[in-house]
Design a protein around this ligand. Structure first.
Ligand code: ZN
Length: 330
């Protein structure tokens, strides 16, 4: 993903704000504990004094005595923890607070070889900024496997749904270990409101959390973005960047294929995306309300055959669960 300098600065500022807010929250918590549990600050002072003592003992070469002091410090630490919990706080209440525990809100982590790489939270910020995927956070909070339910299905539709869930879970599990040549794709198709987008989102969620780059588009937004760049001569380099991201991201999710205004531009774009990603061994997840024969009618034969041969096809049918949920909650 190629961001401009200004966009990087925007993201860097976001991290600063996150760190400031968390620091502030930490201080508020500390203040709260110190005023509610006076013994706590006594113990902290003791630890301070003992730490100094420990250092000076070490400087004198009195390792054994220093060790005793260290043990004393450890005892006081655990006493602090007990005090905290006795006062009704969780034991980690005064630990540093991070919005992302993986990178501690820095945006970067070290891999096995010690090299710095982007954290998943940074990658998500990049795609959010680049492709205005502002709804994705909300979607990812609400639509993940922890909200999975089979309650809204029965009979045949339940069987289809179970199968689709199984394929989705396997897709996520195998994503990290997959060899480039056996990368997987999924096509969810079926009637409206049967969980296709939900499962796509669950998958996107897991893959983002695992640190991969994920681009998530409704078909409408995807082709609109492509058209706005392709038909503007001045945006040639932006178009190249866009293709680079669409072809190269670890996972591309196209939601609601068929809701866009399909024309020859859309058709040839779609084929290019599927083709380029296949060449690169990159996974794609597509959801659509169109049934296979409608897909064949709507798009070209080559798109149809690519989908049918390279994608795991998950059929989903049944009543619109969005209505069922509403009814149930009413
Ligand atoms: Zn992070």
């Amino acid at each position: 993903m190629a961001l401009t300098q200004t966009q990087y600065q925007t993201i860097a500022r976001e991290y600063e704000v996150i760190r400031d807010n968390n620091r502030e929250l930490s201080e508020v918590r500390r203040f709260e504990v110190l005023s509610n549990v006076p013994e706590y600050s006594e113990l902290e002072k003791n630890i301070g004094t003992l730490s100094v003592k420990c250092t000076s003992l070490l400087l004198d070469g009195r390792e054994k005595d220093a060790e005793n002091v260290r043990e004393e410090i450890a005892r006081i630490r655990s006493k602090k923890e007990t005090l905290l919990m006795d006062a009704g706080y969780p034991s980690d209440y005064l630990e540093p607070i991070y919005s992302c525990d993986v990178c501690k809100d820095t945006g970067y982590v070290r891999d096995e070889s010690g090299a710095l790489k982007k954290c998943h939270c940074l990658k998500l910020k990049e795609t959010t900024l680049l492709y205005e995927q502002s709804n994705i956070h909300e979607v990812l909070d609400r639509e993940n496997f922890s909200y999975l339910s089979f309650d809204y299905f029965e009979g045949e539709s339940l069987a289809y749904y179970r199968k689709a869930v199984e394929i989705s879970r396997r897709f996520v599990r195998d994503f990290a270990i997959k060899d480039k040549k056996d990368y997987k794709n999924i096509l969810f198709y079926g009637t409206v409101g049967t969980g296709k987008s939900f499962l796509s989102n669950c998958i996107a969620n897991e893959i983002i959390k695992a640190g991969y780059s994920v681009l998530y588009f409704s078909a409408f937004a995807l082709f609109q973005k492509a058209a706005s760049l392709a038909f503007d001569n001045k945006r040639k380099s932006e178009l190249d960047e866009f293709y680079g991201d669409v072809f190269e991201c670890d996972l591309l999710v196209i939601d609601d294929l068929g809701t866009e205004l399909t024309n020859s531009f859309v058709s040839s774009e779609l084929f290019a995306y599927l083709n380029e990603r296949a060449l690169r061994g990159k996974s794609t997840v597509i959801s659509t309300n169109l049934f296979p024969d409608e897909l064949r009618d709507r798009y070209s034969d080559r798109i149809f055959s690519r989908l049918m041969s390279n994608y795991e096809i998950c059929k989903l049918v049944g009543d619109d669960i969005r209505f069922a949920k509403k009814y149930k909650n009413a």
